[in-house]
Design a protein around this ligand. Structure first.
Ligand SMILES: [Zn+2]
Length: 166
């Protein structure tokens, strides 16, 4: 979610961006507002067509959308199962979730499927013993981190004590 290091995923919704389609190069601050920033690397990230369309030309100096290059994203938003939640009273987080529509139906069902897949891997890991256990743990962590919707899958793994802290 909103990751600076996108690994081929949309910086906003964490969906894999179709390899055959060019990802929309996303201007966090729209070009029309800051022409000088139009080609600044830090102002560019990848967004899928849906998020890019939802974001449109949103720009509000006092309430900017969360920026993966500047903001500690997990201090603002978190995954509750497949749902993206935000800190109570955090207007920037709420504006970001609602404007980008991070809880749209397609994302809720896709996140639920990913959680279910990682949950099955966790169950298999839990039932295994060494040396398979270590191998499964590595595969599980790699899949949860590199795959789609890692905010949701990592939250589930924390909830079950597979990983600790935040
Ligand atoms: Zn997206």
């Amino acid at each position: 979610m909103l990751a600076a290091e996108t690994k081929g995923k949309c910086a906003y919704c964490e969906s894999k961006i179709n390899n055959v389609a060019y990802p929309h190069v996303e201007h966090i601050v729209p070009k029309m507002n800051r022409r000088d920033l139009a080609h600044s690397w830090e102002n560019l990230t990848s967004a899928c067509p849906v998020c890019n369309t939802n974001k449109d030309t949103y720009f509000d100096e006092s309430t900017p959308l969360l920026n993966p290059y500047v903001d500690e994203i997990e201090a603002h938003i978190s995954a509750k199962g497949p749902l993206i939640d935000w800190t109570l009273g955090d207007i920037r987080a709420e504006v970001t979730v609602r404007k980008i529509d991070l809880n749209r139906w397609g994302l809720l069902t896709a996140r639920a499927k990913r959680i279910e897949k990682i949950r099955e891997m966790l169950e298999r890991w839990n039932a295994s013993s060494s040396p398979l256990r270590e191998i499964l743990a590595g595969a599980l962590m790699l899949d949860a981190t590199e795959g789609e919707y890692s905010l949701a899958t990592l939250a589930m793994l924390r909830e079950h004590g597979f990983i600790s802290g935040s």
